[in-house]
Design a protein around this ligand. Structure first.
Ligand SMILES: [Zn+2]
Length: 342
């Protein structure tokens, strides 16, 4: 079996990039590495709880406005059919995710507005507790009324519930409540590396029971290695496949251009409240690194070495995340706000 050939031919879905776009950023160089790596769909992060809601809303309208000229190799999509249309044109399809629910400002009805701006998944909290639920590096107090209302609204509008970065109780309660599949978009198994950002076997199993997918990330700290290799990522993926089935694992590296840019590698220090969101006690420091997305094809090779066949590779590289999107995403409730004046 030629795993690289399968990689080239199959549909590749990366459910979360590890960089947060801010208004005014040049999107072309940011997104080019994923397109060059053969990624067909990328979910771009439009903000985390460290940023105020206004910044995240500005970011979304900024991307809508700037993307066509700054990154003509990308197409903004709102449906799986549009992803296929983008792929047929040789373009990378993009929509958005948000990490944490500070952006809601206490109003679950804002979810429909975010959905119409292209946000297709959101989690409850970014490492620290939010008004919606617990973060994985904070007191584990569980989902709040806002978190429960948010799940109901996400289920209604067709936004995927994500549990990455959240506390154990919040994740288990969310998976219990959601009527649609729930993902851990970029979380690794704690059984292979006992880190607070990683997840327990029963979280992995509960996710699979919802029909969801666990995306394996390429962050050294969460893989439990000094420098992540394609084999490390494949090993974590194989663990999840063994525990559940090959239908519930994906690859979502969480890579960012800043990891290899000496000018940009200090994002840990530049984000508001950085030392609280990424506590030194959990091992976060300036040496945080990630497997570069250009190595994604080699992950397919390593998966093949571990015994996964061609159909398995297609599922892990993209079909599983795609299946969840097909099951959850709905027709936008209105035209994207950024398009209204156009
Ligand atoms: Zn993240």
């Amino acid at each position: 079996m030629d795993a690289l050939k399968i990689y080239r031919e199959t549909f590749v879905w990366d459910d979360h990039g590890g960089f947060t776009v801010l208004p005014g950023q040049n999107l072309g160089p940011l997104l080019a590495p994923w397109h060059a790596a053969g990624v067909d769909y990328l979910s771009v992060n439009a903000g985390i709880d460290a940023y105020p809601p206004e910044t995240i809303l500005k970011t979304l309208t900024w991307i809508h406005r700037a993307l066509p000229t700054q990154a003509p190799f990308v197409r903004l999509v709102s449906s799986v059919a549009e992803i296929d249309a983008a792929r047929a044109e040789g373009k990378m399809a993009v929509s958005f995710d948000i990490e944490g629910m500070r952006v809601l400002d206490g109003r679950p009805e804002r979810i429909a507005e975010l959905y119409d701006l292209g946000v297709r998944h959101m989690n409850f909290a970014y490492n620290l507790n939010s008004a919606a639920g617990s973060g994985c590096h904070d007191d584990d107090t569980g989902l709040t009324d806002l978190g429960r209302a948010a799940i109901d609204e996400m289920n209604r509008v067709g936004m995927v519930v994500d549990c990455t970065h959240c506390g154990y109780r919040t994740t288990m309660e969310a998976m219990e409540r959601s009527t649609a599949p729930v993902n851990f978009t970029h979380s690794n198994p704690k059984a292979l590396n006992d880190h607070g950002r990683n997840i327990l076997d029963d979280q992995i199993k509960a996710c699979a029971e919802t029909g969801g997918v666990i995306g394996i990330n390429g962050i050294n700290l969460f893989l439990g290695v000094k420098t992540a290799t394609p084999r490390d990522v494949a090993r974590h993926a194989a663990y999840v496949a063994e525990l559940t089935s090959v239908d519930h694992v994906g690859i979502c590296l969480d890579d960012a251009p800043t990891y290899e840019d000496p000018e940009g590698a200090d994002f840990l220090a530049h984000t508001p409240g950085a030392d609280r969101y990424w506590p030194a006690s959990e091992g976060y420091d300036q040496s945080l690194g990630c497997l570069n997305v250009r190595h994604l094809p080699e992950v397919a090779v390593e998966l093949a070495k571990l015994g996964f066949d061609a159909e398995d590779l297609r599922k892990i590289l993209g079909q599983n995340f795609r299946r969840v999107a097909e099951a959850v995403w709905k027709t936008p409730t209105a035209a994207p706000l950024a398009m209204k004046g156009a």
